[in-house]
Ligand binder design. Structure first.
Ligand SMILES: NC(=O)c1ccc[n+]([C@@H]2O[C@H](COP(=O)([O-])OP(=O)(O)OC[C@H]3O[C@@H](n4cnc5c(N)ncnc54)[C@H](O)[C@@H]3O)[C@@H](O)[C@H]2O)c1
Ligand SMILES: N[C@H](CO)Cc1c[nH]c[nH+]1
Ligand SMILES: [Zn+2]
Length: 439
């Protein structure tokens, strides 16, 4: 990992972001690459999906809609320990997600003037679980439990077809689908899946959805940006990032293991350490060097950690570390310092925040009870992680009685006249003209 020494330097946000750039394929470049793929699915439907499966997943002649029997049959091949772990994940995430459903609130402004705020779930959602370099049953659960907690009535799932599973999605994805009770599953990957959800593909019985969610690589994230507006999306949950703020009190082996764990996802993954201790930085570097080569995906990890998107950043103090982290807006932020809560107070922008030496990101990836589908690429500045709230729309319901409306007749007319829209005021006055009593 390269080291960037910021000690004694005060940098603007833009200058910081130039020093620690995002992944090689920028969101803008990826958007231009996937735009024709999305348009092709909108135009040619199934035929376009088949071409993309051949080109990107190496699969031809498969069934795009997974038969219900294949989902049920797959669960029989799930090792008991994995099934128990998936059930534990579902149960813990249900608990964690329940807090994301706001209560209906009623506000009485004056006598007879009431506003209610209710949270209405969307009707139909398309959930994406990645399946390129690895299979993501955990992402199936993260999507499904959030949607089910919100009360969404119709859920469809897509994940890439696998050449070595007869063109079905990865078996582990089907295990998770079965355990979550999802019956509508498609073997479709990448931008094609996102486009299929957004536009619908009647030939295969896929009806367009209202909201598309789920994580994926840079092309999946870009496709979500392209279809957003036509459908709702969660965040652009793209290529994984971890930023660790640590001081000399942290354990170098813990921090190194966490940086490596997220680099395992993708050659383009970003692992960043920000520390005020040069000695600690060196020890982490040594730990990374001694551990990285023995991981299963050593080549991918090495590429991610040696890329420009990964770095060790030396700063003067932890307040500056928080400023650097805020400028970056990481998907995952770990804080391992003498005063984690103090550092947390300075943090504004991050997808999810993991405090202390015993809360690794990989816990959040699987079993913490929090959701692992999180904003990347700096979008944590304005977006949140996936949750039940992603599928809920606040709706205001307004009811005024006669006297409460009458009280507002004059000020309302003043505002309507100020805007040059007097018929708005007339609509109120009409209710108080003689003979118009009594609704
Ligand atoms: N932010 C989050 O919440 C989060 C959570 C989990 C995983 N992730 C990320 O998800 C990603 C998973 O990626 P993956 O590749 O394993 O699976 P994936 O399912 O996201 O991507 C595979 C698909 O990418 C498409 N694709 C591949 N090469 C392409 C190209 N050159 N042009 C256009 N499309 C192409 C294909 O359609 C293929 O089916 C990783 O980057 C990981 O870091 C993010
Ligand atoms: N770290 C990923 C989010 O970027 C989530 C994940 C799923 N499985 C393992 N990890
Ligand atoms: Zn992970």
């Amino acid at each position: 990992m390269r080291t960037i020494d910021l000690r004694g330097r005060a940098l603007s946000r833009d200058a910081l972001l130039k020093l620690v750039p995002r992944a090689a394929v920028s969101a803008e470049v990826a958007v231009e690459r996937v735009r024709p793929l999305v348009a092709d699915v909108a135009e040619r439907g199934e035929a376009a999906l088949r071409d993309q499966a051949r080109d990107f997943d190496g699969v031809t002649g498969h069934r795009l809609r997974v038969p219900a029997e294949s989902i049920a049959a797959a669960l029989e091949t799930c090792p008991p320990e994995v099934e128990a772990a998936l059930r534990a994940l579902i149960a813990r995430l249900r608990q964690g997600s329940a807090a994301q459903v706001p209560e209906e609130r009623v506000t009485h402004l004056t006598d007879g003037a009431v506003i209610r705020q209710r949270w209405q779930p969307v009707g139909r959602v398309g959930l994406y679980a990645p399946g390129g370099k690895a299979a993501y049953p955990s992402s199936v659960v993260m999507n499904a439990v959030a949607a089910q907690t919100a009360g969404v009535p119709a859920l469809a799932l897509a994940s890439p077809a696998q050449a070595d599973n007869a063109g079905l999605p990865h078996p582990a994805v089907l295990w998770a689908a079965a355990l979550c009770g999802i019956t509508e599953v498609y073997a479709i990957g990448g931008a094609g899946a996102i486009a299929a959800f957004a536009h619908g593909v009647p030939e295969i019985g896929l009806e367009a959805v209202d909201v598309v969610t789920g994580p994926g690589n840079v092309f999946v994230a870009a496709a979500k940006r392209v279809v957003s507006g036509l459908v709702g999306i969660d965040s652009e949950a793209g290529t994984t990032e971890i930023l660790v703020i640590a001081d000399g009190s942290a354990h170098p082996a813990f921090v190194a293991a966490d940086l490596i764990s997220q680099a395992e996802h993708d050659e383009a993954a970003a692992s960043v350490l920000v520390t005020d201790s040069e000695e600690f930085a060196l020890r982490v570097e040594q730990e990374v060097a001694s551990r990285a080569a023995s991981t299963r995906h050593a080549e991918r990890v090495a590429e991610a950690l040696s890329g420009p998107q990964s770095a060790i950043v030396l700063v003067d103090d932890l307040r500056t570390a928080a400023l650097v982290s805020n400028a970056y807006g990481p998907e995952h932020l770990e804080i391992q310092t003498r005063d984690d809560e103090g550092v947390l107070r300075d943090i504004t922008d991050a997808g999810a925040i993991f405090l202390g030496g015993y809360t690794p990101v990989s816990l959040g990836d699987y079993l913490a009870g929090s959701n692992h589908v999180l904003p990347t690429g700096g979008t944590a500045r304005f977006a949140s992680g996936l949750g039940a709230h992603t599928f809920l729309r606040p709706q205001q319901i307004i009811r005024y009685e006669r006297d409460a409306l009458r009280e507002l007749e004059r000020p309302l007319r003043a505002l309507a006249e100020a805007e040059g829209l007097p018929a708005h005021a007339d609509a109120v006055t009409a209710r108080f003209e003689a003979g118009k009593e009594g609704l």
